[in-house]
Design a protein around this ligand. Structure first.
Ligand code: MG
Ligand code: ZN
Length: 242
């Protein structure tokens, strides 16, 4: 009899587990002028700070907690993705970790709505909470007043996903047989550099991560296997073979 596998699947959230970007979507739904403003300010203001500022502006114009929750619940999320993760988790050999630049409230609201609250062992992201006034108070994971992360791969100041992955692995103290990373964005490049030759990245096509793998993968010593997918139905096929 073969030994049971001991596998870790690491998920980015926006455009990876979910089929949209939470930070941008809620403003596209509720206040497109704020979405436009974010687009014009994104090179001047750190992104998490910009989302926090936009949430304060939305609150000041009486956009409610209920409206934001509803926008998150109707955000595109592929049924094949729900099937893929539910089936893999049910097989019992896989631990799931979420590494995201979104925030605790956006992610937990969506997971609850999809009945996926129990999917992740840990969700590592920016902290957010609802104030009694209905304001969603969002902060960077790495406090701008404290020590900063030391990453030189180009992670945003709010969080280095590579360091967070290393911290998770050290805290578990388990040698996983296989680590799978599912991501799409430029900030998913740092953590996949930490993967070994037996590990795998499932990279979503036509977005920042694919470009970085093709441009910098070799020079940065990327060791893991690279598989591409476009739609969640294709990831479902890959998950069935894990
Ligand atoms: Mg993403
Ligand atoms: Zn990094």
């Amino acid at each position: 009899m073969s030994q049971p596998k001991n596998q870790l699947v690491v998920f980015d959230f926006d455009w990876s587990l979910a089929d949209q970007d939470t930070d941008r979507w809620i403003f596209e739904v509720l206040a497109p002028d704020l979405r436009r403003k974010m687009k014009s300010l994104k090179d001047q203001v750190q992104w998490t700070d910009l989302v926090a500022q936009s949430l304060r502006e939305a609150h000041s114009r009486s956009i409610t907690k209920e409206q934001i929750i509803h926008a998150l619940e109707v955000m595109p999320f592929h049924p094949a993705m729900i099937r893929a993760v539910t089936e893999l988790k049910a097989r019992g050999e896989t631990t799931f970790l979420c590494l995201s630049n979104s925030n605790t409230t956006f992610i937990s609201t969506i997971l609850k709505h999809k009945a996926l609250d129990d999917l992740f062992d840990q969700i590592v992201t920016n902290p957010a909470h609802w104030e009694p006034s209905g304001l969603l108070n969002l902060r960077r994971r790495v406090d701008p007043e404290g020590p900063q992360h030391t990453c030189d791969v180009g992670c945003s100041p709010n969080m280095c996903k590579g360091e967070e992955l290393e911290t998770f692995l050290a805290s578990k103290g388990i040698e996983y047989d296989h680590i799978v990373y599912v991501g799409d964005g430029t900030n998913d490049f740092c953590p996949i550099l930490r993967l070994r030759s037996q590990d795998t990245v499932f990279c979503r096509t036509s977005r920042g991560l694919q470009k970085r793998i093709q441009k910098e993968g070799e020079e940065r010593g990327l060791k893991c296997n690279v598989h591409y997918w476009g739609g969640a139905w294709e990831l479902e096929e890959k998950f069935a073979r894990l």
